[in-house]
Design a protein around this ligand. Structure first.
Ligand SMILES: [Zn+2]
Ligand SMILES: [Zn+2]
Length: 185
């Protein structure tokens, strides 16, 4: 198996910033200071689906860094798993994330990016990604698809309940084989 025709993979963890803010002004203040963040919109595509978000956030200075608090609302757009028509679902998430300065950071703590930046767009998208629909369906729901023929009726109502009708017609055209009991039906 060769990967020679594929574009080089993006190094893990390196992603395009979606909506960066510079936290330097807030970091220069003492713990307890707070800064409103102008509302913003952001969108991200993954796995054939798109999440678009509007975020209402505030930044609070903590003794280790900055805490981002607020909410994100948005829409997940993709294809209905049943009928493949475009489908969408509303999403809402509460965000509460502390970004800590490197000198205070331990383990998995969220750290600032270059220049004390924080990707609020990524935070909002990731918050909504946690509550996304694992399987999208039409809303209101589209008719259930028949497991036997794929038409828009429940399998219990399928006209093809016994034999494929095309095969049944062929069966009647064939002369009865000698010795074999004549088919009823
Ligand atoms: Zn559907
Ligand atoms: Zn059917």
């Amino acid at each position: 198996m060769s990967h020679s025709n594929e574009a080089p993979l993006t190094p893990e963890g390196v992603r395009e910033p979606l909506h960066l803010i510079d936290c330097s002004p807030l970091l220069s203040q003492s713990s307890g200071a707070s800064a409103p963040i102008p509302h913003f919109s952001v969108a991200s595509d993954s796995g054939g689906e798109r999440i678009s978000a509007q975020a209402q956030l505030r930044a609070d200075r903590t003794n280790r860094g900055v805490r981002i608090v607020g909410s994100a609302t948005g829409v997940q757009e993709g294809l209905c798993a049943r009928c493949l028509a475009p489908a969408r679902a509303s999403l809402q998430a509460t965000l509460d994330e502390e970004i800590v300065e490197e000198r205070f950071a331990t383990g998995e703590a969220e750290r600032f990016g270059p220049g004390n930046s924080v990707d609020l767009g990524r935070l909002a998208i990731e918050g909504l990604d946690l509550v996304r629909q694992l399987v999208l369906h039409c809303d209101p729901p589209c008719p259930e698809r028949c497991e036997r023929c794929g038409a828009a009726h429940p399998v219990a109502d399928c006209p093809q309940h016994e034999v494929d009708p095309r095969l049944a017609v062929l069966g009647r055209l064939l002369p009865p084989v000698e010795g074999e009991p004549k088919r009823e039906g």
